[in-house]
Design a protein around this ligand. Structure first.
Ligand code: KIV
Length: 273
């Protein structure tokens, strides 16, 4: 009998047990082909509501809907086989009460097949986190800079600039952990605060603009691939996609206009019956 290699997806246990070990590698993904490329390299793929900004051209994630998250979540699940997949709960889908949060989380999990959801975690969402976890939905928290709260904070600004703000971010993280979050995204905070949070909570922290002291790192894939002219300070660009796509489109346009494309090799010659 031939030996078959069974590919299994990482589970919530794999993520939780990575606390304090080799850093957890996470990138965002929104479509099947990209997910299939990232799958070999990432422990966790996040279908973030940043999709609204980096794919759909919105200014903030506030306009992102359940249907958008489900469509992109389905694509990422089809494209990946190994990574643990988390789908963001969009603005307005979990804040009102625990029952609405559960209905929406269950819909995301049933319709995409993803393994967990993420929601932005002020202390006001601790109740929802506990409610979801008790009912079988693994939840990832998200503290610090919370993009869905952009209209209150007035911009994508690093959080924890004074002692009150630092205390609030720490309180958010502890509330998420105590409510049962299996991991917490910590976004846009200074290194010492990220370190304090990582030490204070038993679950892994995944940093974005939150220093190497976190248990893992996440970046928006389009940012790290260089799709945009401007990226925040915390992004490292590993490629120059904007320029590369521009050069490819320019070459294609030149070939079409000069009739060099399509050539013989790209043209069907079907024999007539
Ligand atoms: O939506 C998203 O991509 C995120 C990451 C920035 C963590 O929440």
């Amino acid at each position: 009998m031939s030996k078959q290699t069974i590919t299994r997806r990482k589970t919530v246990k794999d993520i939780v047990s990575a606390k304090g070990g080799e850093p957890i590698v996470c990138l965002t993904a929104y479509d099947a082909p990209t997910a299939s490329i990232l799958d070999d390299h990432c422990d966790l793929l996040l279908v973030g509501d940043s999709v609204g900004m980096v794919v759909h051209g919105l200014d903030t994630p506030v306009g992102v809907t359940m249907d958008m998250m489900i469509l992109h979540g389905q694509a990422v699940m089809r494209g990946s086989k190994k990574a643990f997949v988390v789908v963001d709960m969009p603005f307005g889908s979990y804040e009102t009460n625990s029952d609405t949060a559960f209905e929406n989380a269950a819909r995301i999990m049933k319709e995409t097949g993803c393994q967990a959801v993420k929601l932005e975690s002020g202390t006001y969402t601790a109740h929802q986190i506990a409610h979801l976890v008790e009912r079988g939905v693994p939840v990832m928290g998200h503290v610090g800079l919370r993009p869905q709260a952009i209209n209150v904070t007035g911009g994508f600004k690093a959080q924890g600039r004074n002692s009150d703000e630092r205390a609030r971010v720490m309180e958010e993280a502890k509330a998420a952990e105590e409510a049962g979050a299996f991991a917490i995204v910590v976004e846009g905070v200074a290194e010492d605060l990220a370190e304090e949070i990582t030490k204070a909570v038993a679950c892994p922290t995944i940093g974005i603009g939150a220093s190497p002291t976190c248990d893992g790192q996440v970046l928006v894939t389009q940012d790290m691939l260089g799709y945009f002219d401007w990226t925040p300070k915390f992004v490292r660009r590993y490629h120059d996609m904007r320029n590369e796509i521009g050069k490819a489109a320019e070459a294609y346009a030149g070939d079409v206009r000069s009739r060099r494309f399509p050539g013989k090799a790209e043209t069907y010659k079907l024999s007539k019956q």
